[in-house]
Design a protein. Structure first.
Length: 467
């Protein structure tokens, strides 16, 4: 009987029957999950209204890969499971190629969105410095899904085989949207302040037959530092360019113009910093204007860029920003106001109590469009934009507009209600299309969403303004 069992086992081995008995008898055994023979993973990051998200990963194997589909892998990023929309062989930048490749790109479904951003964001928030930073370690893990196989070279991998990689540096990040920007650092004449800059140019601007306008963006408090990509992705600054599906460039493509240049400038700490040490915000109750350590350095960074680009129409330079950047927009209005053609302060943080009557008189004839949400919990409108706007109207301002939303609702996020401070989302989504009817305003109490009844697009209005 024993001899018959051995003969049966040998026959099963010869026929390739896969069962525990035959594997043991043939001298093979299942060693369990093995690590994929891969070298690294790059994350591909895009900016959205809520901030940045990893929307695909590029895995570099040591040999060429074949036999993959969107069902081949289970993927987690930063510990969150991500659905895979597509999988294909690619180049190192994630561009699809025909045939086999050492690189595999996995396009991921959009992560879950909350009121404060996206799960699996590549950013982390530094509570001490009060700003966003790239996550020190962003882990991407691939596991071969149940019933799936693929090959890398001659090696065949099966379900539960895996590869995990920690993204820890810029070398492992691909950011296509910001790759189109020219990035540098401006050091002010006194040598004490350096500001990061990024500039975007519309295609065909230098050959369209005329000079082109410039849009300047000043970031909020959470986007300070020395990495300009934090600035460009933290708020959806790419919405000002053609690198997004929704962009405002079409408002500036008039009379044969290719569009508007865009300049973003980043402070090492925050704009509302009185001494450059980043120790406290200069927005407490007091007398006199709110000052910034970066005022002259910022103006220098702007004029240096303008002077280096002869195609910029110096009569059509527009300045704006959100929150801390809205504060700095107001500050530049008070200190270098005649340089700019129009302003768009968003949820601005310049206390009305720090604005004198003489300061109101100084700016009353400027082109200004205020934007905020009535439920802003961070910069209470009753302490900032509302009383300032009333004072401007009472001083005879004829070129001031204001848009107030009841709350902040998303467009990228299928109706997500965001924190009320995030009103810049409406600007980048090109959804500022109504404004306060000033004829209905007699006091700050009249500055409510219900009185935003006049139709006008903020960006079209800005584009029409000239010094």
């Amino acid at each position: 009987m024993k001899g018959k069992k051995l003969m049966l086992t040998a026959a099963m081995c010869a026929l390739g029957v896969t069962c525990a008995l035959s594997l043991a008898a043939c001298g093979e055994k299942d060693t369990g999950p093995v690590k994929l023979d891969a070298e690294k993973t790059s994350i591909v990051v895009s900016g959205y209204e809520w901030g940045p998200a990893v929307n695909s990963v590029v895995v570099k194997f040591k040999e060429k890969v074949s036999g993959i589909s969107k069902d081949t892998f289970k993927v987690t990023t930063a510990g969150k499971t991500r659905a895979v929309n597509a999988a294909y062989c690619s180049d190192a930048n994630g561009k699809k190629v025909d045939g086999e490749s050492e690189y595999v790109t996995l396009d991921l479904a959009r992560p879950k969105i909350t009121a404060y951003g996206a799960e699996a964001s590549p950013f982390s928030y530094d509570q001490k410095m009060k700003r966003n930073e790239w996550a020190a370690k962003y882990t991407v893990k691939l596991t071969v899904a149940a019933g799936q196989t693929f090959k890398a070279g001659k090696t065949k991998y099966k379900e539960k085989d895996y590869f995990s990689y920690d993204v820890t540096s810029a070398a492992d990040r691909l950011v296509p949207q910001t790759a189109t920007w020219d990035k540098d650092t401006y050091t002010h004449a006194d040598g004490n302040v350096s500001l990061s800059r990024a500039a975007w140019s519309p295609e065909g601007a230098t050959t369209d037959g005329g000079k082109n306008p410039l849009i300047i963006w000043l970031h909020g408090m959470g986007e300070g530092g020395t990495d300009i990509d934090i600035d460009l992705l933290g708020n959806e600054v790419t919405g000002l360019t053609t690198d997004n599906e929704v962009n405002v460039q079409h408002h500036f493509k008039t009379n044969g113009s290719a569009g508007a240049y865009v300049l973003a400038v980043q402070t090492p700490t925050w704009w509302m910093d009185a001494d450059g040490k980043g120790e406290e915000l200069n927005n407490t109750e007091g007398t006199g204007p709110q000052t910034s350590f970066y005022t002259e350095a910022l103006f220098g960074a702007i004029t240096d860029y303008v002077n280096s680009n002869s195609d910029i129409d110096t009569n059509r330079i527009y300045l704006g920003g959100c929150s801390n950047g809205g504060y700095m927009t107001m500050n530049m209005m008070f200190t270098h106001g005649d340089y700019f053609a129009a302003y768009y302060p968003i949820c601005e943080g310049y206390l009305d109590s720090r604005i004198s009557d003489d300061m109101i008189t100084q700016i009353k004839d400027y082109n200004i469009w205020f934007l905020f949400s009535a439920d802003d919990p961070t910069v209470p409108p009753n302490d900032y934009a509302r009383p300032t706007y009333i004072r401007l109207l009472n001083a005879g301002a004829a070129n001031c507009n204001m848009t107030i939303s009841a709350n902040v609702m998303g467009k990228d996020s299928e109706g997500t209600k965001y924190d009320g401070h995030w009103s810049w989302i409406y600007a980048f989504n090109d959804e500022v299309k109504t404004k306060i009817d000033n004829s209905k305003v007699s006091s700050a109490a009249d500055l409510v969403p219900a009185n935003c009844t006049l139709s006008e697009n903020m960006w079209s209005w800005i584009a029409s303004k000239t010094k």
